[in-house]
Design a protein around this ligand. Sequence first.
Ligand SMILES: Cc1ncc(COP(=O)(O)O)c(C=O)c1O
Length: 360
Amino acid sequence: MKVPIVQLSLPDEVLKEVKEVLKSGMWVEGTHVRDLEKRFSDYCGVKYCRAVNSGTSALLSIIASLDIEPGSEVIIPSFTFIATANCLKIFGLQPVFADIDPRTFNISPKSILEKISNKTKAIMPVDLFGLCANYDVINKIANENDLILIEDSCQAHGAELKNKKAGSFGVCGAFSLYPTKNMYCGGEGGLVVTDNTDIYNRVNRFVNHGQSKKYVHEELGLNFRMPAISGVCGKYSLSVLDKNNRKRIKNAELYDDLFENVEGIITPTKSEDYKHVYHQYTIRVENRDEIVEQLIKNNIGFGIHYKIPIHQQPYYKRLGYGDSLPETEKAAAQVLSLPIHPLLSEEQIQFVARIIKKII
Ligand SMILES: Cc1ncc(COP(=O)(O)O)c(C=O)c1O
């Protein structure tokens, strides 16, 4: 039995709409993209959303719009995708890496406190694998220390903490619509959400070369506009997001049951206040290499997020990073993400669990 790590498709009616947009010749932004923005801001319970052409662009336009003085420090986790750090570095900001809470894989509030210096200007937690960071505590830390809170919610479409949606905790939230994400757009795409009118206006200009009126450029900017067909596919994906998240949660519950009381496997943490939407279902194991060998032999897809944390990536090491982050490094050596996408059958999940249990 083959078990792919991701399976993507779009229904015929969406493909028909895509074809109509292509026939119309209106290929950039337009009504579908504006509709997507309106629907996603409503979904997240925030005032504004701006669609862009990737999650990286979403982060970059947020950071460009906040006017943080170059050389300032921004505290982020090291246990995340490299984009979180690169988007700071490219603007001359200093990423300062905090350790994680080993139960959630998310940034540890205690470690954030240890990393605050007189150069710190912002904290940018990541809602990793579809689980919100601990904003109850992190918000307090940000307020008490006068720090901007930016949310990298690129992996957490529809995740909640106490019924509040991911993306709505910081001054801005960034989402990625990369094909493997819980929400996608038939290519690359991203979304910025915010309640702040000034920042929204800045983001809006930044993603369109700082243009205020046609060919009048008030500010510096870049071209991060979303293609029109991504608006069509993104709207479809948003319309099925809750249904697909429910299926991901159901799949996770089945894995949890199958791995219950199995020594040598730690399953993802669950907590009443948090709605985890399982962008990844990531377990911890001691004998990862052995398991991976069997997964490959049995045509089972998997992921290792993240084998090399950012502070140990060659580029950042060359810059002098590499301080020890014990929980991050331990997680990097143990994590293994299993197929969790909404198209999986119960039989496929049982098969994956059976293969793993044989060698644990
Ligand atoms: C946590 C995080 N931040 C940022 C990004 C960047 O998004 P994109 O790949 O759409 O540019 C990703 C994408 O995987 C991500 O996982």
